[in-house]
Design a protein around this ligand. Sequence first.
Ligand SMILES: [Zn+2]
Length: 90
Amino acid sequence: MSITLPDSDHRWRCAHCGNLTRFDVVRRSRTAEFWHLDLSGEPEIEESASLVDEIESVTCRWCGKPDAIEVIARPAPGDPLPEENPGGQP
Ligand SMILES: [Zn+2]
């Protein structure tokens, strides 16, 4: 499954139940870091770079559908916000 992170103009939506706000996301990431340890051995991460950041799956939290996520446009500024709970589910 290949799903992309929504950018600043887009958002996820569950095509099955209309959920816009709650998803279980499994992602694989690989990070390069610069660790600076003090003389007592306490590390501090001073630099961090993302090498790989892949989304493996996005599952709708409401209906549990693993393959129904679509990417849609975000509402334009001034548009009324969509209902948070259009399906009437908890
Ligand atoms: Zn759903």
